[in-house]
Design a protein around this ligand. Structure first.
Ligand code: MV4
Length: 507
């Protein structure tokens, strides 16, 4: 195993990797920007090195500077987390060229899966089902119309360089096609510097189900089952769970074997994820492969008992996987809610400010993967995801109930968060029945976010009560773990509850 690893990331995922390193007896090196000088990932790592300004382009995207820090601190490997440099082929290559280990797939596998048309072609040749459509970029509108007529409308135009829904256009009939093609090209050119567009048959109301794979450097490749990721808004996932209620053991085996085949075809190694659309009739189609650790990896960890980040490090260090596929069936149910600094009741407007109060949930089956603390300044430089709240329980029903309870325990003051939105989803009857697909959230968002917040006076009084209770605690200066209960806070929360606030928590 390595003795020291550099973490080229920030926030909750940097902290998650620090924890994995710590448990493996590996020293961790954090890097940080101006804005993150006092961030939790900096405090928790064994060493931390400043790399530049607050803008990501001046810090977390400076691959050469980061590799330099790894050399100077004696780190043997770099873990990129997700986002930033995680899927940049040139970075993976530069790390290896510097004599270091990239904790992730080979640069060639990142490249192979980076182009959506190339990934489709690769999948097809490996016998992996893809949505009916073209593998080659479209020519003019006439050619597009001929192809679309062959598949039948509606069709979906997609950017070859794409991802995240950019450059994607739904076309219901031929009369809309040429305008849609033009605008898909324009958006794709602006976003990726490439206007190649291809066409697929549109799949109506599918689920987004993805398979986690793990491959070592000895030729072993396993899948860790699926994650249900249909609850998303504008291509940002909000809630994920494992397993999916739409996936039977037989379907899991089939999708899992398919994901492993897709990964092998790209020469994949380390942790990766194959995304599928799962149709209502049980057919599934490979969409793309994410060549990184994903935000939602914890739900898989909780149902398989496998620490994916630790295994990323072990695999990168050359260890073989000791599991066999039939040991890996999911146990119980896990749900993750992404806690973002967005005001769900105001069109998910990003919210900024300083975290003045933070009460974290706990108790049975609750996991908090966070990157904030009291005093954290939430700005606009980085992604609005502050933390992930993840729960495990024996059944889906119990997991939903547990998530609801944990969300009630969570209090974040100083910045708006998605907490109350998640509470509404956990209370939703359709969600509880598992009747979800990729359009579910768009359909339900108005009713989910139209619940009137309590009157401003009650809200202000409750916030004042919570802040006052917190200040009382600070002034007593009792070290954490030695406080005699939570009496002050409880009394105020009780008062707030009598004042008519839902469960005493400020909305
Ligand atoms: C699709 C689709 C329906 N039919 N392809 C969206 C992002 C990109 N990765 C692929 N996406 C989709 N491709 C066909 N042929 C619907 C989507 C889609 C979607 C997919 C996964 C998760 C959320 C989504 C939200 C809207 C559309």
């Amino acid at each position: 195993m390595f003795s020291k690893v550099l973490i080229a990331n920030r926030g909750e995922i940097a902290l998650r990797i620090v924890r994995a390193c710590s448990e493996l007896g590996v020293r961790s090196v954090a890097v940080y920007s101006d804005a993150d000088a006092r961030a939790p990932h900096v405090r928790e790592a064994n060493e931390a090195v400043h790399i530049g300004g607050s803008a990501a382009s001046e810090s977390y995207l400076r691959g050469d500077a980061i590799i330099d820090v790894a050399r100077r601190t004696g780190a043997q490997a770099i873990h990129p987390g997700y986002g930033f440099l995680a899927e940049r082929e040139w970075f993976a290559r530069a790390v290896v060229d510097a004599g270091l280990v990239f904790v992730g797939p080979p640069a060639s596998a990142i490249a192979a899966m980076g182009s959506k048309t190339a990934a489709r072609t690769l999948a097809l040749s490996a016998g992996v089902p893809v949505v009916p459509g073209t593998a080659e970029p479209l020519g003019d509108a006439g050619e597009a119309a001929a192809i679309a007529a062959r598949f039948g409308y509606p069709v979906l135009l997609k950017a070859a360089a794409g991802g995240g829904g950019k450059g994607m256009r739904l076309v219901h009939e031929e009369s809309e096609l040429s305008a849609a093609l033009e605008s898909a090209r324009r958006e794709s050119r602006n976003a990726f510097g490439d206007d190649a567009v291809y066409v697929e048959k549109y799949i109506e109301g599918p689920r987004h189900v993805e398979i986690q794979v793990l491959g070592d450097s000895h030729g072993n490749m396993l899948h860790l089952g699926e994650r249900e990721c249909s609850i998303q808004r504008r291509h940002q996932k909000m809630i994920e769970e494992a397993p999916s209620i739409a996936v039977s053991p037989q379907l899991r085996e089939s999708m899992g074997a398919t994901a492993v085949r897709a990964a092998r075809s790209a020469g994949y190694m380390n942790a990766g994820t194959c995304e599928f659309l799962l149709d209502r009739d049980g057919s599934f189609y490979f969409l793309e492969m994410n060549t990184r650790l994903q935000v939602e990896h914890p739900v898989t960890e909780l149902v398989t008992g496998i620490d994916i980040v630790q295994w990323q490090l072990r695999i990168a260090a050359g260890e073989p996987l000791p599991f066999i596929q039939n040991q890996l069936s999911p146990n119980g149910h896990a749900i993750e809610c992404r806690i973002t600094s967005e005001d769900a009741f105001n069109n998910f407007l990003p919210s900024t400010g300083r975290v003045t109060y933070l009460r974290l949930p706990g108790g049975p089956g609750v996991r908090w993967d966070g990157g904030i603390g009291i005093g954290s300044e939430i700005g606009l430089h980085y992604d609005p995801m502050l933390a992930k709240l993840i729960v495990w329980a024996p059944t889906r029903e119990a997991a939903i109930s547990r998530m609801h309870r944990a969300l009630l325990e969570l209090t974040v003051e100083g910045v708006e968060t998605s907490r109350d939105f998640h509470l509404r989803v956990m209370e939703d009857e359709e969600f509880r029945r598992g009747e979800i697909d990729i359009q579910w959230l768009e359909r339900r968002i108005v009713s989910l976010t139209s619940v009137a917040p309590p009157p401003e006076g009650v809200r202000a009084a409750a916030i004042a009560a919570v802040l006052l209770a917190d200040r009382n605690r600070d002034e007593r200066r009792i070290p954490p773990g030695h406080a005699p209960g939570h009496a002050g806070g409880d009394a105020w929360l009780l008062a707030a509850r009598r004042g008519g606030l839902r469960d005493g928590c400020p909305p």
